[in-house]
Write a protein that binds this ligand. Structure first.
Ligand code: GLC
Length: 665
């Protein structure tokens, strides 16, 4: 049961696709105040758990902290951070009363979930202009499914996107890409994608390719594809300001860039230096920007990642002038009353400054709206621009697309990766905890930079993180320029890496099938244990194990030097440990607590009582997987319903896509 309440004059975000009639009056839960902006307050009971918020910091249970939906380019995801790249304003309170809330509001909104007062849930924002959806259901899981139905079907990538991808900021030339390809193929480690970070472009200009480094680009794309690898270029939100650059000139001429109050094009510095931001919220500008993806698609490209689309601002002209004045006072006029530490903060704080987001405007249906009022919709609409263009360019084909910044609604157009994490063990665990929350908000195709983006990775961290990545739909190793090289062949004894990545390929028939079922039924691919075992009070508190699809549970190791880990089994399960060289062990474990040993080169998984899963022989690419002859792992005398399609077209509903598999012995 979903009830919709409208306050003030909300901006149409198009997050919700289902038609829901508006209620008069106020929701049955909590207290609403419209006195100073808007706030929703609810007194929580001790046993209440709060789920949701998608890409947010901390745990699966969001209680005990304060989160702010305010899409932010912040590479330091330390525990104290309140905002990350996404804004996913959906929560479920589960306990004495169980209900879901979706605050459809496109600007900064705060979720204080028992932080200021430990029993108070308070959601507040500056303007009382929003839509609030209140969802009731049998339990948290049922509420999540209703929410998912309400926001429309999640994005479905092509099947190759379930392969393994290698990325690194700093690959510049054809030779760099060929070296990566060789590193993988020589060591027989599977690989389907190599990502192209900003250096493939000419001067960081969107929709250009550096001609010196990539002579005959389309020939190169073809050559790589013949080797089984797709190149996946990055597209940044900002368009370089440069005379003679057609994207810039067209955008200026047509008035498609975000404008300052005085009508001039707003300028912000990002990778290329001065850039303008395409007005992604304006349908015409969106169509224009999206059409530019054609340039790369026509050269054989089948997937992209959209970046810097919070939008990230290193600094604005105006911000720089203000800082200059402060520095001038300090340096030249000997005005030293500004404390030095504050000076440091001022310099650092020039990036992504809240004031900058008030300096530019969007134009929607002839109306001007200041950016900060719709800030969280920018990355969403950049990705929508691309996805709508793909539909125009090749309507029957699926493209790989994921974004850094997002809002609910974007889940229909693409996936997300969780941005610039670090090579830290705590970020491996954060990755694990974020996955079910992202799924609840519609983002099924998701994953983190495996091995960590910033800082130097150690061999054991990369192995353990890959072993989690085996299960994330997006499985990509990515690292920042200047950090230790962390491709799977960089740490000696590549057999360990091959074994783990091969396990991913062995499991693709199952993982893809469960992904597709989750997408087609508005269901979850990753679930907290409590969703599957609602009566089990211990399961409710488990934050470091996940249910994946309907058959399995994953329990990755996330601590350095650990020889294994404790795991809780809410029912009897078959413990399968995948090892290298195609080997695996099986052991039935009873319901309860166990310590399981897991070596660095092993991938543990648990099959639920009375279930089985299909597994293939490993292959070097998804296309080479033989799914005719699948082995079934699990309990004898059980069945599995396999979903399988060509992985390319959009004919999802064909009955032939389902095949019943029986495990006889
Ligand atoms: C941003 C992205 C990162 C990318 C870098 C350079 O930091 O999040 O993935 O490597 O920009 O493009």
């Amino acid at each position: 049961m979903i009830r919709k309440y409208i306050f003030g004059e909300p901006f149409e975000t198009e997050a919700v696709t289902e038609e829901i009639k508006t209620e008069a009056g106020l929701p049955d839960y909590g207290r609403i105040s419209e006195e100073e902006g808007f706030s929703f307050s609810y007194r929580m009971c001790e046993e209440d758990i709060v789920y949701g918020l998608g890409e947010a910091n901390r745990g699966i249970n969001k209680r005990g902290y304060c989160y702010v939906s305010d899409c932010t380019d912040d590479p330091n995801h330390t525990e104290d951070k309140r905002s990350l790249y996404g804004a996913h304003n959906f929560i479920v309170v589960s306990g004495r009363e169980t209900f879901g809330l979706f605050f459809d509001y496109p600007a900064r909104i705060t979720f204080d979930i028992g932080y200021t007062e430990s029993d108070l849930l308070k959601v507040s924002c500056e303007a009382a202009d929003l839509k609030l959806y209140v969802i009731e259901g049998e339990n948290a899981y049922d509420i999540v499914k209703q929410f998912r139905r309400m926001i429309g079907r999640s994005y479905i990538p092509p099947k190759f996107a379930f392969g393994f991808g290698q990325s690194r900021w700093g690959y510049k030339t054809k030779e760099d890409f060929l070296r990566v390809l060789k590193g993988y193929r020589k060591n027989r480690i599977p690989l389907d994608m190599i990502y192209m970070d900003i250096d493939y472009m000419q001067g960081y200009k969107d929709f250009t390719v550096n001609e010196k480094n990539f002579e005959d680009f389309s020939g190169f794309v073809r050559q790589m594809k013949e080797e089984g690898v797709r190149l996946i270029p990055i597209i940044d939100a900002g368009v370089k300001v440069e005379k003679g650059y057609p994207v810039y000139e067209e955008g200026v001429e047509k008035g498609y860039f975000c404008k300052r109050e005085d009508g001039s094009d707003f300028t912000a510095a990002v990778w290329p230096g001065d850039t303008h931001f395409p007005d992604m919220l304006n349908p015409e500008a969106r169509e224009w920007f999206g059409d530019h993806y054609r340039f790369l698609i026509h050269q054989g490209i089948e997937g992209f990642w959209n970046d810097m689309n919070e939008p990230a601002i290193f600094y604005s002209r105006e911000g720089m002038e203000e800082l200059k004045a402060v520095l001038h006072k300090y340096l030249e006029e000997e005005e030293k009353d500004i404390p030095v530490w504050e000076l440091g903060d001022r310099i650092e704080g020039i990036a992504n400054h809240p004031e900058d987001y008030k300096r530019f405007y969007h134009c929607i249906d002839g109306c001007r709206i200041r950016h900060d009022k719709v800030h969280n919709l920018y990355g969403y609409n950049m990705t929508r621009a691309a996805a709508e263009a793909f539909d125009r360019i090749e309507p029957d084909k699926r493209f790989l697309m994921f974004s850094r910044s997002s809002y609910v609604g974007m889940h229909r157009y693409g996936g997300v990766w969780t941005g610039d994490n670090k090579s830290w063990w705590s970020h491996l665990l954060l990755n694990l905890k974020m996955m079910p929350s992202l799924n609840m908000c519609g983002f099924l195709y998701s994953g983190a930079d495996l091995g960590g983006f910033g800082c130097d990775a150690s061999r054991d961290l990369v192995l353990r993180w890959l072993a989690l990545g085996v299960f994330t739909p997006l499985m990509r190793n990515h690292a920042a320029v200047g950090t230790r090289e962390q491709e799977a062949y960089q740490f000696g004894d590549t057999g360990d890496f091959r074994g783990i990545i091969e396990t991913r390929y062995r499991l693709i028939p199952y993982l893809y099938s469960e992904y597709m079922k989750a997408a087609l039924q508005d269901d979850l691919y990753f679930k907290p244990l409590a969703f599957v075992y609602p009566q089990d009070s211990f399961a409710a508190g488990v934050e470091d194990q996940l249910m994946i699809g309907d058959e399995i549970m994953a329990a990755p190791v996330y601590m350095q030097n650990a020889k294994g880990r404790y795991v809780y089994l809410p029912e009897r399960m078959l413990f399968v440990k995948f090892k290298k060289d195609g080997l695996y062990t099986e052991e039935i474990l009873e319901k309860g607590h166990h310590y399981v040993e897991v070596a660095l080169d092993e991938v543990p998984l648990f099959i639920r009582e009375g279930r089985c899963i299909p597994a293939a022989e490993p292959a070097q690419t998804v296309a080479e997987l033989d799914t005719k002859e699948l082995k079934l792992l699990g309990f004898p005398g059980t069945e599995y319903l396999l979903y399988e399609d060509d992985g390319v077209c959009k004919d999802y509903e064909k009955p032939e896509n389902y095949r019943k598999l029986k495990k006889t012995n």
